[in-house]
Design a protein around this ligand. Structure first.
Ligand SMILES: Nc1ncnc2c1ncn2[C@@H]1O[C@H](COP(=O)(O)OP(=O)(O)OP(=O)(O)O)[C@@H](O)[C@H]1O
Length: 210
């Protein structure tokens, strides 16, 4: 299993515990995280990425228990092993598409994939030298997927990646995420409300744990 969780719970100060189902996601597998608004889905992704520390339980990514890593080691581990995709692409607007992609191996201290090859697969190679601020939302989201894939992560975590996209782009983005995850044999975990994504990825867990 590339992603394994056990007995995870979390609480924000002054709020009750959120309890999470145990997960096991293998190489090339995709899983949706479903649940009502405010149920704790984004918190779950942040726990899986090691951006939050659980109240109880543990997360294992590629055999590494995140609780056992110092903050500095955790940052490095995340950069090398985890690709993150958010609802709105967090890209550096004045930089070109290519320069945004090149930042990922720099921060992850990895060699990285060939960014031009990746842009070709995501059908946006024509935009390689364009500044991010000149892209449409669908194009920018594809660039953020390319950036998440640059270090060939073991795990791809995506939080509502299609919610600001029209039907055509939502389907393109979901299919590209699945194809790329399969190609690099990563585990893909997607938080979504989006029926268009649910139609393409059948496996899911529900938050909170019932
Ligand atoms: N930084 C924070 N401090 C305190 N409470 C928080 C914080 N972030 C989230 N919460 C609360 O924790 C609960 C879970 O939030 P979370 O964002 O994980 O839910 P979600 O299922 O992703 O919601 P949505 O589907 O609306 O995005 C919510 O009640 C939210 O208000």
């Amino acid at each position: 299993m590339l992603v394994k969780t056990q007995n995870l719970s979390f609480s924000y100060p002054g709020a009750g515990d959120i309890r999470y189902p145990d997960l096991g996601v293998g190489a090339g597998e995709s899983l949706l995280i479903l649940g009502q608004s405010g149920s704790g889905k984004t918190t779950f992704l942040n726990l899986l990425a090691g951006l939050l520390t659980p109240k109880t339980g543990e997360v294992q990514i590629d055999g590494q228990n995140l609780n056992d890593l110092s903050n500095q080691k955790l940052d490095q581990f995340r950069g090398a092993k985890i690709g993150l995709v958010f609802q709105k692409p967090h890209l550096l607007a004045p930089l070109s598409v290519l320069d945004n992609l090149k930042l990922a191996p720099f921060f992850g201290k990895t060699e990285g994939q060939d960014p031009l090859e990746l842009l070709k697969e995501l059908q946006i190679q024509a935009k390689a030298n364009s500044p991010i601020q000149s892209l449409s939302e669908g194009e920018a989201q594809r660039v953020s997927i390319a950036r998440a894939l640059m270090n060939k992560p073991k795990v791809i975590l995506a939080d509502e990646p299609t919610s600001s996209l029209d039907d055509e782009n939502a389907e393109i983005v979901t299919r590209l995420l699945q194809q790329q995850a399969k190609k690099i044999n990563a585990a893909l975990i997607v938080v979504t409300h989006d029926q268009r994504v649910k139609n393409l990825i059948p496996n899911f867990v529900q938050v909170p744990q019932s």
